[in-house]
Design a protein. Structure first.
Length: 298
């Protein structure tokens, strides 16, 4: 693990000063605040007594199995193509810094780094289990446990590219962390996403005006470059459907109703079920001026 590289991403959660490496496993700012680093390459910068929690280990395991089976490959391929092969591509040969806000298992960040051998990434998530999964087995990914809503403890202009895939969006903080001329890629559910499961009452709904809300919130801070619509009808087994439900917000919904992720309602058929993947990839460039705006949570 390159402790200096991890420190180069982060600022002190207590005072906002840059953090610096203190081998073997400490980060410290000039005011003396110190943070311990896990030997796997990540640090928790959540404030003391933080009560909010992210996805649990069971949800992350379900997500790893579902994504690892390639069901969302059309989305992964489209995201990489939009950023690497698009009209304003990320350079394959430059040491691009990629921040994945709300990284989950790091599936999309890993796909980007596999196409960008000179790049390195920071995986940020509220869940320790998520960050641990994202950095596992990778020398080009570092991690931070932090809350997007509260503002990530990342240095100003630290990222050349910021990924936000089915994750919370803090546009003002995103603008602060993206370098001048850098890009933001947002992947959000479309109106037909998981439609069959929603119609059956098994998945949570999608805001009908999500696209418009994203564009409105981004407009003062980021200029649109491209918009890619990804739609595919997935043929899923009953166990695949249960993994899909168990890996995302529907799992939180069932948990709040007193049902564990492992006891989600079974699929109606032992055969395959058609489930629609519907998502939009927004690629934007950071605008130079940052207006005085409230944090948007669209």
């Amino acid at each position: 693990m390159d402790l200096d590289r991890l420190a180069g991403w982060l600022r002190c959660p207590s005072c906002g000063a840059d953090l610096h490496a203190v081998p073997p496993l400490v980060l410290r700012c000039d005011r003396g605040h110190a943070v311990d680093v896990n030997k796997r390459g990540y640090a928790s910068l959540l404030p003391p007594r933080t009560r909010v929690t992210g996805d649990n280990a069971e949800m992350l395991a379900a997500r790893a199995r579902f994504l690892g089976a390639g069901h969302y490959a059309p989305l992964v391929d489209a995201l990489v193509a939009a950023l690497v092969d698009g009209g304003s591509p990320v350079s394959v040969d430059e040491p691009v810094r990629i921040l994945d806000a709300g990284c989950g298992t790091g599936h999309y960040l890993r796909a980007m780094l596999d196409r960008l051998p000179s790049a390195h990434g920071l995986a940020a998530d509220l869940s320790v289990a998520a960050v641990r999964a994202a950095v596992q087995g990778r020398d080009d990914i570092y991690g931070v446990v932090a809350d997007t809503w509260a503002g990530l403890p990342v240095r100003d202009a630290a990222a050349d590219l910021l990924l936000d895939v089915f994750a919370p969006r803090n546009m003002v903080d995103f603008h602060r962390m993206v370098a001048p001329g850098g890009r933001l890629a947002i992947v959000a559910a479309g109106p037909d996403h998981l439609r069959q499961l929603r119609d059956a009452g098994r998945a949570v709904g999608v805001q009908p005006d999500k696209r418009e809300r994203i564009l409105e919130a981004a407009d003062p801070l980021f200029a649109p470059l491209s918009e890619t619509h990804v739609r595919a009808d997935l043929q899923l087994s009953a166990s695949d459907v249960d993994l899909l439900l168990g890996m995302g917000p529907s799992a939180h919904h069932f948990a709040e109703d007193g049902n564990a992720t492992s006891t989600l309602p079974p699929s109606a058929s032992h055969g395959t079920t058609t489930v629609t993947l519907d998502a939009t990839i927004h690629v934007m460039r950071r605008r130079s001026a940052s207006p005085d705006a409230d944090i948007d949570r669209a």
